[in-house]
Design a protein. Structure first.
Lengths: 639, 302
């Protein structure tokens, strides 16, 4: 605990120093973040059990509390390990892109606020840290603010995140009215007496409020705008870690809502299936690599939501084994996704840096010039598709097994939802294969389409080292999943202590077998390579042109491009998609739901504004009327 | 120990033979004598002894992919109960089985995209989308089998001996047979013998392979086809609790029967138009969902 606080202090100091300096010296922010992350990481690994501290604030009735428990330390481990690696990458990245120095002081602040969110133990400070997190990340997103698209993305992010915060405020206020205090400790005590309808309402608020940050469909809107706009090391941190604070929030919120009902799980699973399938479908129909990755985050958050929904169904039915698999798998996937998604975004940064474009249809053949980036990107792509022998498989496997186990013990609506979930994850997984064979195959393989390969170059060692560390983690966690399973399980246990009765013996023995199988996959590959070199060493090898039906002069233009690669998919799903003229999929939630909604809101505001020449007295009267209305509402209905 | 060796002998040595059987059935239907039954072995050995020509566009992925494809299919084979029990079965291995085959598919697609050919890109694109539909169907089928047998391991699922008493298994057999045809580029979905690259799916993806690489890929696809034939056969007629060598012997007979069926279908069916294939695959998915609902209703679970 102390180490975590110490690391937050270092982060704040490094942010301050970097703000005071100008030019190259601002890099202290990256150095400070790296040091602070190491300190915080060791602190969160060493922390055991639960601790809480209370501070009496100068305001009456306000007690600020911070604390740490297995759930917090699980997320702290993710935050600090990824921030350490992105800080090193960022150091190398900014060296070559000097203009990003402007917003660098916000980087340690973002890390600090994410850590603070996970250790906050009262509604008041939670909302404050949450807002600091949103604002610092906003400033980092608009680093390249001279670009109009980036400004636009920043606005969308800011509006989305604040609308979500409104729901969170309502969430905490309602809880505070119920229990009388703003402390999480009291929320948890009040959970036993909460009425089902209020608990259901609070659950919905938590899903909307935290789900927006996490990127659940249909409130994922900001992700595909903000991630491409931000510099790559920031997208890696945001997509890898920051959106996970939304998952943390949902898990934390569940502690205050008492015993869950099966319909919560059903709702969460259905939202998860929608997010997973629609997210990956939009992802594979994008032309911009970072937009593709952003939509793919929506898919993975959907998978995590399915896991959590499964956990809720398990708890509601008293089947702790299913519940442990659901929550454990979801949290495991949180960790996995933070590893391979940040790796993919860092890889996209190298591509942007080396080839100066991120449009998939212009790239090609980069593996020859960026071999190390290519290998790490390939490992991340395989891992994110859930393919053995990497870590993505383990968490998807846990969720699958949980869903299967659930179908054995449930009946009625839950069993239908569980089978829909299995099929949904399977479909999302197989579409992810299309998405990432497109991303890797078009970008790295074949011949360059519009870029000049001679102008491309590999990134510096400082940028490649963190990527290799992440790729190594993908393999390592795939081979030794039990350690991560243990901490993910204890984090889930912190939310529902009843999980300690779960029969996880069968899961652990299966994990042993998976380790064995993964080791076999690797060993068999090595043996086959050995045999190949042994027997085929003397065989003549020669180079020729690519076979094109006897045509001897293939050119790069004759290749299949990214859009043509996914054309069968877009043709198949055409009735369900809004396709732009260039074949890109438009977001249904943007064009069909929030676009028209905000248009209506704008019309209404303009209506009021045009009525009166916008004078300050008039606005004051409006504010006054609103306050009076709210006061009467409060007095009569008591919210 | 004996069963481990037997498993490897069956799995590593037998598959090309069944391709020979299919070819023989096809030639008998066409009124020809046809190549020897062991011709697929001769082809593979011949290719392994040749040199290779690589495309100038290809990267190292192209060279290592055949070995990795073979690796993942062999590892998937360890999970298939060929001798009554599988070698490395555990509860939840059906997921690993599907994902290992998916790994092989991804590597094939990447290898095809590596040479920058329009034909191979075309094949890769088709394989990606059709493969994703069949993976979906396989998962729906496994959920159904899981609900019927209450287990998630291939060994346990196929120990269950009440075949044919379940109406759902007939539907499942039909869909798995369809997946077998789709995944292994057989008629009526894909034509392994065509000479027009525009209409091929799987074969067009490996156009640029030559020599040992091509040999390994042909061998790997024979293994993959054998796995799917065994799976399809076991769905209709599970092992049950037969003792000793009987499961292995019966399995080979069943697979032989399936190869003859494939040969007959290839001889009498015409190829479906390319744009119709997704519809056919979705139809087989719907059939699986139907089987799933039947088995749920039967157990009073919904």
């Amino acid at each position: 605990m102390l180490l975590v606080l110490f690391s937050i202090a270092i982060l704040l100091l490094s942010s301050l120093f970097s703000l005071l300096f100008a030019g190259e010296k601002r890099q202290t922010a990256c150095v400070g973040t790296a040091i602070a992350s190491i300190v915080g990481l060791s602190g969160s690994i060493l922390s055991s059990g639960s601790q809480e501290f209370f501070f009496k604030a100068a305001v009456p009735d306000l007690v600020i509390s911070i604390g740490i428990d297995p759930l917090s330390s699980f997320f702290l481990i993710i935050i600090f390990s990824i921030s350490f690696l992105t800080a090193i990458y960022g150091f190398g990245y900014i060296k070559e892109q000097k203009k990003l120095l402007n917003t660098l002081p916000f980087f340690p602040l973002l890390v600090a606020s994410m850590a603070a969110v996970t250790i906050s133990r009262d509604g008041f400070s939670f909302i404050i840290f949450w807002e600091i997190m949103s604002l610092t990340s906003y400033f980092l997103v608009v680093s390249e603010h001279e670009n109009r698209e980036v400004q636009n993305a920043g606005w969308i992010y800011l509006i989305a995140t604040h609308l979500a915060t409104a729901f969170l405020m309502a969430f905490f206020v309602l809880l505070a009215k119920e229990s009388g205090f703003l402390l999480f400790k009291d929320f948890a005590v009040g959970a036993s007496t909460i009425t089902p309808s209020l608990a259901g309402l609070l659950f919905i608020f938590a899903i909307i409020g935290f789900g927006t940050k996490a990127g659940l469909f249909p409130v994922h809107l900001w992700l595909p705008h903000a991630h491409p706009a931000a510099p790559s090391y920031i997208s890696a941190l945001m997509s890898g870690v920051m959106i996970k604070t939304g998952i943390y929030g949902i898990m934390r919120a569940l502690m205050f809502l008492g015993r869950p009902f099966a319909w919560w799980g059903i709702v969460l699973i259905l939202i998860g299936v929608l997010s997973a399938v629609i997210g990956v479908l939009y992802a594979l129909l994008q032309h911009d690599l970072k937009r593709l990755l952003a939509y793919c985050s929506v898919e993975n958050i959907g998978v995590i939501a399915i896991g959590m929904g499964l956990g809720l169904i398990g708890v509601a039915a008293g089947n702790t084994t299913v519940s442990a698999l659901g929550f454990g798998g979801a949290l495991f996937h949180v960790l996995n996704h933070s590893i391979f998604k940040s790796l993919l975004f860092l890889g996209a940064g190298n591509i942007a840096h080396g080839a100066h474009t991120l449009l998939i249809d212009e790239l090609g053949g980069l593996l020859k010039k960026l071999p190390l980036t290519g290998i790490t990107f390939l490992i991340a792509a395989l891992a994110i598709c859930g393919l053995p022998p990497f870590n993505g498989f383990i968490s998807e496997w846990l969720i699958y097994v949980g869903l299967f186990q659930g179908t054995f013990s449930q009946s009625g609506y839950p069993i239908l939802v569980l089978t829909v979930a299995v099929i949904g994850i399977a479909f999302a997984g197989s579409l992810a294969v299309i998405c990432f064979t497109k991303a890797f195959g078009i970008v790295f393989l074949g011949e360059p389409r519009k870029i000049d390969l001679n102008g491309c170059h590999e990134s510096s060692k400082l940028m490649l080292a963190p990527m290799f560390a992440l790729a190594f983690l993908c393999l390592l966690i795939g081979l030794f999943p039990k350690i991560i399973w243990a901490i993910a399980f204890s984090a889930a246990e912190a939310v529902y202590p009843a999980l300690s009765t779960a029969q996880t013996f069968a899961v652990l023995s299966s994990l042993n077998y998976i380790t064995l199988m993964f080791a076999l996959v690797i060993a068999a590959a090595l043996i086959l390579f050995f045999l190949r070199t042994l027997f085929f060493r003397k065989k003549p090898e020669s180079l020729g042109v690519t076979w094109d039906c006897g045509f001897e002069y293939p050119t790069a233009k004759m290749q299949y491009g990214g859009s043509s690669f996914v054309e069968p998919v877009s043709a198949f799903f055409k009735p369900a998609l809004i396709l732009a003229a260039d074949g890109r999929a438009e977001d249904l939630s943007e064009k069909g739901l929030f676009g028209p909604l905000f248009k209506k809101a704008l019309d209404f505001i303009m209506f009021i504004r045009i009525r009166r020449k916008s004078s300050i007295q008039y606005y004051l009267i409006l504010i006054f009327i609103t306050l009076i209305t709210l006061f009467i509402w409060e007095a009569w209905f008591g919210i | 120990m004996f069963f481990i060796i037997l498993h490897f002998i069956i799995f590593l040595a037998m598959p090309p033979f069944f391709i020979g059987v299919i070819n023989r059935v096809k030639s008998l239907f066409a009124g020809r004598r046809g190549p020897p039954l062991l011709q697929p072995y001769f082809d593979i050995i011949k290719l392994l002894r040749k040199g290779s020509v690589y495309s100038k566009s290809a990267s190292f992925i192209f060279k290592i992919a055949p070995m990795l494809i073979l690796t993942s299919i062999i590892c998937a084979g360890l999970l298939m109960p060929l001798t009554g029990d599988s070698l490395a079965g555990f509860s939840g291995d059906i997921i690993l089985f599907v994902y290992l085959l998916a790994l092989a598919r991804v590597l094939t697609i990447l290898q095809a995209m590596d040479v920058g050919s329009s034909f191979e890109g075309m094949g890769a694109s088709r394989e990606a989308i059709f493969g994703s539909f069949s993976e979906l169907t396989v998962f729906a089928g496994f959920v159904t089998l899981g609900i019927i047998t209450r287990s998630t391991s291939l060994t346990d699922i196929f120990h269950w001996g009440h075949a044919l008493k379940e109406p759902a298994t007939l539907f499942l057999f039909a869909t798995f047979f369809f997946i077998l045809l789709a995944e292994n580029s057989r008629m009526p979905l894909d034509d392994p013998n065509t000479h027009l690259e525009l209409t091929m799916i799987h074969e067009v993806m490996i156009l640029d392979n030559s020599g040992p690489g091509l040999g390994i890929i042909l061998y790997a696809s024979a293994l993959k086809m054998f796995l799917f034939m065994a799976l399809t056969a076991l769905v209709l007629l599970p092992n049950g609790d037969l003792p000793g060598l009987m499961p292995a012997g019966f399995l080979l007979l069943k697979v032989l029967g399936i190869s003859i069926m494939i040969g007959v279908i290839e001889s009498i069916a015409a190829r479906i138009r390319m744009i119709k294939i997704p519809q056919v695959l979705i139809a087989s998915f719907v059939l699986t969902v139907f089987a799933l609902l039947i088995s749920l209703f039967e157990r009073g679970m919904i």
